[in-house]
Design a protein around this ligand. Structure first.
Ligand code: CTP
Ligand code: MG
Length: 235
């Protein structure tokens, strides 16, 4: 039996350096209020409910003057090393974790600041499913709806219907060992929109762990009212 003291160490890395353009609020969406607290407050509260996490690092943009006002009491490290893309913010965050003593074989759970409805139980399920895996994995949801591709000439007309079998929507956290993820992001560059796709480019197959519909990423203006309603049902 593996004792807790020899269990692999897990850390969270929270990219929180985006501009939130699609949310159209005129400021970073991670600092908008939902249910009386900022988006990132809820995110950090969920992470602080996971006892397996040995530490959390939040990646902020260099010019961020708001985080401390919105973060609340949750204990975390911050690094003002946000990049031009999410991938760059995560890669810079990995370097900041290394500076704080996190090692290549420690697990890093990358979780979007904008997914503030994640629950500690979702994160614990991911850790349990992946901590003995050779690669790691991510929370994801099997696609339920029929998928259409809009036509290049007219995005509001169907060009074709896609086969949804074996399709999943990737969520976060995404959990990989620091060494593997650092190498994957260095090779993949800035274009990847999640950690798993960088790891896939190295030829690995990350594990898909069923997530929850509630763990959606606040992206569009209407998402904030939906988040507010969901939070109300949790009180
Ligand atoms: N993020 C980041 N650094 C970037 C871009 C995004 O740390 N250069 C973070 C965001 O703060 C967010 C997460 O990555 O928590 C997911 O990104 P996304 O939902 O795309 O957020 P934004 O980039 O802020 O939004 P948009 O794409 O609509 O501008
Ligand atoms: Mg973005």
């Amino acid at each position: 039996m593996v004792s807790r003291s020899s269990a692999a160490r897990c850390y969270a890395l929270v990219p929180c350096a985006g501009a939130g353009e699609r949310a159209g609020a005129g400021g970073p969406k991670q600092y908008r209020a939902v249910g009386g607290r900022s988006v990132v407050w809820h995110t950090l509260a969920a992470l602080s409910g996971v006892s397996r996490l040995a530490g959390t690092l939040v990646v902020l943009s260099a010019a961020d003057g708001e985080f401390e006002r919105h973060a609340g009491e949750a204990a975390c490290w911050t690094a003002r090393v946000g990049g031009a893309t999410r991938a760059a913010s995560v890669a810079n965050g990995l370097a900041a974790l290394r500076e704080r003593g996190v090692r290549d074989d420690d697990w890093v759970l990358v979780h979007d600041a904008a997914r503030c409805l994640v629950q500690p139980s979702d994160i614990e399920r991911l850790i349990e499913a992946c901590e003995h895996d050779a690669v790691g994995g991510l929370l994801a949801l099997p696609v339920a709806d029929t998928l259409k591709r809009g036509s290049p000439g007219d995005a509001e007309r169907v060009a074709l219907t896609l086969d949804r079998r074996n399709l999943w929507q990737a969520q976060t956290p995404q959990m990989f060992r620091l060494g593997l993820l650092g190498e994957a992001l260095a090779r993949a560059g800035d274009a990847v929109t999640d950690e798993a796709s960088a790891v896939e480019l190295l030829g690995h197959s990350p594990r898909l762990v069923r997530g929850s519909l509630e763990n959606f990423k606040l992206t569009w203006p209407a998402d904030f009212a939906l988040a507010e309603r969901l939070l109300r049902t949790r009180a």
